[in-house]
Design a protein around this ligand. Sequence first.
Ligand code: ATP
Length: 224
Amino acid sequence: MSERLPLGVLGGTFDPVPVGHLRLAEEACELLGLARVRWIPAGQPRHRETPRVAPAHRLRMVELAIAGNPRFELDAAEAESGEASYTVPTLERLRIESGAAQPLVLILGADAYAGLPTWHRWREIFSLAHVAVTHRPGFPVDPAALPEALRREHLARIVAGDDAAALAAAPAGRILGLAMTPLAVSATQVRALLAAGRSARYLLPPAVIDYIDLHHLYRSRNGS
Ligand code: ATP
């Protein structure tokens, strides 16, 4: 029975892992009835600039951030591959791993969602997974503002925000707006604080702050 609860998929650079990421995963679990959330740090993401710190550090920071939450799990494949990271091949791998009937839910902030049409083979996402998109502060999910090709997919696939059952009822293909607690913190903001020698306390899990301090990460403009 629990095998058919949807599996959440949260990709990102996690450079580092602010509390917004954790609340996003936690609230997605609760509101969408997910069995688990698979955290997948990117190796070299293709649609954005190179992360400030190495994949091994970002992997370890995610591992520390999610420790103790039995519904969160780390997927090291992209970060360890040493190659460019693409979401569709990752979803194909998860589909093979979990079987044709397993609902998969790709979790995205509204900023990432609006950029979807720039992603490699992006239309195939909808045959592999559902998409849950959250209203990140500063980035409302306004269908009228989406790129035309995405707007068409959005309007054809959107289900009511409280209709989590729609995600469990099919393996892929639906889009749902996720109303999480608005948290405006971003990894960019945290990196800027650290580079300025300022505190990032309470914006990151304590274990991640300790790791950053131990390895002197983000302290200069050159990164690690
Ligand atoms: P950066 O500031 O370096 O661009 P980021 O904070 O957006 O990074 P990512 O690792 O790129 O972090 O984000 C992973 C996913 O989490 C993306 O889908 C992003 O939209 C989402 N996300 C990150 N922070 C928040 C937040 N505060 N609220 C909602 N979604 C978020």
